[in-house]
Design a protein around this ligand. Structure first.
Ligand SMILES: Cc1cc2nc3c(=O)[nH]c(=O)nc-3n(C[C@H](O)[C@H](O)[C@H](O)COP(=O)(O)O)c2cc1C
Length: 220
């Protein structure tokens, strides 16, 4: 390794990975564990968490006395900030995200500075259905983007997940397994670029139907 290569060596990426399901035989927990394996295989560090660590009481502003945040929200915030990115594998409940993840996001959004802002996120789901729980991810994208997270455009949904794993817990279909890994590697490359190769960025955002003036000038 020459001097220049030595200087180019960066710290490994740290990525928080968790499944939103609390149940023991969760299909999403299997997917989250597979993702953690892919991260490690590709030189990253996976910080694997259980959703129970982020468990919070229902949001109630009356509880926000003396800057109170429940321990689950404190932990979620700490782990978001300690990592370069986070990956969520979520079940779909009634065409949307499970309430416990929305509740946890709402609690974490009350910290200042707001922890999701500018964090990178990748969303995955697994379901016995033919759509793989994909609608949960579209709903999950909404509050995360609202809070300023960079949610990776490609999401991964494992359809018929109850039949999709081998006995060792891998994705049985080779093409799908390859796509799963490639998507994770593409996400890691983006996070790596954003972390280690920042560049000057100038962008103009004009909203449909609005004329640019100082009031609508949101990003420059
Ligand atoms: C309250 C509830 C609502 C559900 N709604 C949906 C749904 O809208 N779409 C779907 O694909 N699966 C739905 N399911 C089935 C879950 O996808 C299935 O139980 C899955 O295994 C849950 O994820 P897990 O294995 O990671 O716990 C629902 C399950 C529950 C408990």
């Amino acid at each position: 390794m020459n001097e220049q290569q030595k200087n180019n060596k960066h710290e490994p990426l740290r990525i928080l990975v968790f499944s939103v399901s609390l149940r023991k035989d969760s299909l999403n927990t299997r997917l989250a564990k597979l993702a953690a394996g892919v991260i490690e295989k590709n030189g990253g560090i996976a910080d694997y968490a259980n959703m129970s660590e982020f468990d919070c009481p229902s949001v109630n502003q009356d509880l926000e006395i003396d800057n109170f945040h429940p321990p689950g929200a404190e932990e979620f915030r700490k782990r978001i900030l300690a990592n370069d990115a986070f990956i969520i594998s979520s079940p779909e409940y009634n065409g949307s995200m499970p309430g416990l993840i929305k509740n946890a996001i709402d609690w974490v959004s009350r910290f200042r500075p707001q922890p999701f802002n500018e964090r990178h996120a990748l969303l995955m789901s697994a379901s016995p259905s033919m759509a793989g729980g994909n609608k949960a991810l579209w709903s999950l994208r909404m509050p995360l983007e609202h809070l300023g997270a960079n949610v990776f455009p490609n999401m991964f949904s494992l359809a018929m997940a109850h039949k999709a794993y081998t006995s060792e817990g891998k994705i049985a279909d080779e093409t799908l397994a390859k796509r799963f890994e490639e998507n994770l590697v593409a996400f890691m490359n983006l996070v790596e670029a954003a972390k280690n190769y920042p560049c000057m960025k100038k962008a103009w955002v004009e909203f449909l139907g609005e004329h640019p003036d100082p009031v609508t000038e949101r990003v420059e």
